[in-house]
Design a protein. Structure first.
Length: 149
């Protein structure tokens, strides 16, 4: 199994875990930031760390880019067309980059299926067509080392 396949399999194992702010327990509760970090950590990327000091809607009314800057400590920005399963999407919510998802599938237009914690919990979405996802600015990131043997 490749590193990318492992990331996607681990992410799917969180499916239907309820959304609970600041939590990170599989099948108990997780928010979007902690979900992405937990998946990458379980896949062996131990440098991935998201502090739990944030409010549920901290990016709606602040210009601070804390989450994006944290992600950039362990991942490099890529283009939408470079994105592959196992890479991460960041969504701009309000004035800041405050939501993330893990890419599971891509088609000719780029990522076509992702998994994230939102609303009722960890769920699948199509970032090209799904509700709030398609109306927000996006950035794509690749975890450092994911393509190394």
């Amino acid at each position: 199994m490749t590193k990318r396949e492992s990331i996607c399999e681990i992410a799917r194992s969180w499916l239907n875990t309820p959304y609970v702010s600041h939590q990170c327990l599989k099948h108990v509760g997780v928010d979007c930031c902690q979900f992405s970090a937990a998946v990458y950590k379980e896949a062996g990327y131990t440098s991935v760390f998201i502090p739990k000091k944030y409010t549920m809607q901290c990016y709606l009314h602040r210009d601070a880019q804390d989450y994006r800057l944290i992600v950039e400590n362990y991942a490099d920005e890529i283009t939408r067309m470079e994105a592959k399963p196992g890479d991460m999407i960041l969504f701009k919510i309000g004035r800041g980059w405050g939501h993330s998802a893990i890419i599971l599938e891509c088609d000719a237009k780029g990522p076509s299926k992702c998994i994230h914690s939102y609303g009722c919990g960890v769920q699948y979405s199509n970032p090209q067509t799904a509700g709030f996802l398609r109306f927000n600015d996006t950035k794509y990131y690749r975890i450092r080392g994911v393509d190394e043997p």
